[in-house]
Ligand binder design. Structure first.
Ligand SMILES: [Zn+2]
Ligand SMILES: [Zn+2]
Length: 186
């Protein structure tokens, strides 16, 4: 999933013309690049559209990536999907060796997110991965009202009920119940 920067075509005048990239990747292509500890799985073909504009040593890349990601609900652990439609604007500068890392951070002079290219190519897998991570919700929930699992037997309360003690009460409610109880005991 590399984009070869040397393929930017030259115009008659000798200047580089902007390159329009329009590619679709299948979910299976992401398996190799996504580690087992990733929080998402690519669940639909990924459509990547972007324009690459050469700007001195740097390349300005603006585009958009759309797909669907599969996540695991933080409450009931069931898989669910979210749509992704992310626009991005990045500036790629030549990769600098780690020994000069201090200088790397000073590269960004504007609001554009700075990324690095190596060996005349942009790693599209990394680009898309970063957009996906940005699109992930803070708390992945299959639905706002997800009832979660019974802590005792693991029953998914969205689907069925169980006979365990009331497994989930609103913490605020629990405090209230405690107050009522202690009042009665007094
Ligand atoms: Zn859930
Ligand atoms: Zn239970």
């Amino acid at each position: 999933m590399q984009f070869d920067l040397r393929q930017l075509g030259r115009q008659k005048g000798g200047s580089l013309r902007d390159e329009h990239v329009d590619r679709t990747f299948q979910p299976s292509e992401f398996v190799a690049s996504v580690g087992p500890d990733e929080e998402y799985k690519v669940a639909a073909p990924v459509h990547l559209e972007m324009d690459v504009h050469k700007d001195g040593e740097a390349y300005r890349v603006t585009g958009r990536v759309t797909t669907r990601l599969q996540l695991e609900c933080g409450r009931c652990l069931e898989p669910f999907e979210i749509p992704v439609d992310s626009a991005f604007e990045l500036r790629y500068v030549p990769h600098v060796e780690p020994s000069t890392e201090g200088e790397e951070r000073e590269v960004a002079e504007d609001d554009l997110t700075t990324a690095f290219y190596k060996e005349d190519s942009i790693d599209l897998g990394e680009l898309m991965h970063e957009q996906f991570v940005l699109a992930l919700p803070m708390k992945p929930l299959c639905r706002e009202t997800c009832k979660g699992l019974c802590v005792h037997c693991g029953t998914n309360f969205n689907k069925e009920t169980c006979d365990c003690a009331p497994a989930w009460t609103d913490p605020r409610l629990a405090v209230l119940k405690g107050l009522i109880k202690s009042e009665r005991e007094n």
